[in-house]
Design a binder for this molecule. Sequence first.
Ligand code: ZN
Length: 295
Amino acid sequence: MRVRSRLIAGLVVIVVALGAAACTGTSSEGRVNVVAAIYPLAWAAQQVGGNRVDVEDLTPPGIEAHDTTLTAAQRADLQTADVVVYLGEIDFQPDVERAVGDAGGTVIDVTAELGIQQQTGDPFDPHLWLDPADMAEVVRLVADALAATDPSGTDDYARREKAALGALEDLVASFRAGLSDCAFTTFVVTHEAFGYLAGAYGLRQLGIEGLTPESEPSAARIQAAAQAIDQGQAAPAVFYEGTDAGRRIGESVAADVGVPALPLGTLESAPASGDYLSVMRANLSSLERGLQCTA
Ligand SMILES: [Zn+2]
């Protein structure tokens, strides 16, 4: 794996040493400090790290990960963290991407590690965490970085990595079985966040908003989505992401077209209840219902 370690300039070391974190490589309780740019990455670090790690998620609950801005305290935490995990230089979270340049610990650039390339001319689709197979790769990356940072925990990390990978394999199997025989393969979503998931299971998303959510979608896109549903080209449902705006837009379009609005969590920030696995299972249930799958 290609994990970047950055040397801290001498002056910075003197300053952050007052916080005692950077020089010892672990927090005062002996735990490894992990800073994660978004919830799914934080979830992976927590699964693998257990009680050996302190994980900070830079994206607060209820907001779109695209809109993450850092406080001065978060920026300082990122600089002194033992391990930083983010999605890479993909213009997804510009504030985070700028701050990573000053990180003193190990930096995991997920899209670079996974070899995910931007299609020429297209904006980068960051939403790889919604494909559980990609999440398994994230778990492996985090496990390698934690073992390298804290070698005495290697066995513990390996054990937890195996458990997390097992849970993700079960999830993949559920998606494969649940989506294998559906009346529809195209689905209308508020925020076009499901390209990786759709690609993995032979589906196609039709976004009312694009790769980056907007506050108000264009009338043309709403009309195109409604028409696809009317003409039977897309499943008779509108899937919405679990933000206030997502729900409002999804329910409004669904009511106009006369189809149900179904939740489809984007996991761009920590869910109000449950975790990565339970939200993904709920997403599968929504897709099975909306796409009229017979499992
Ligand atoms: Zn998004």
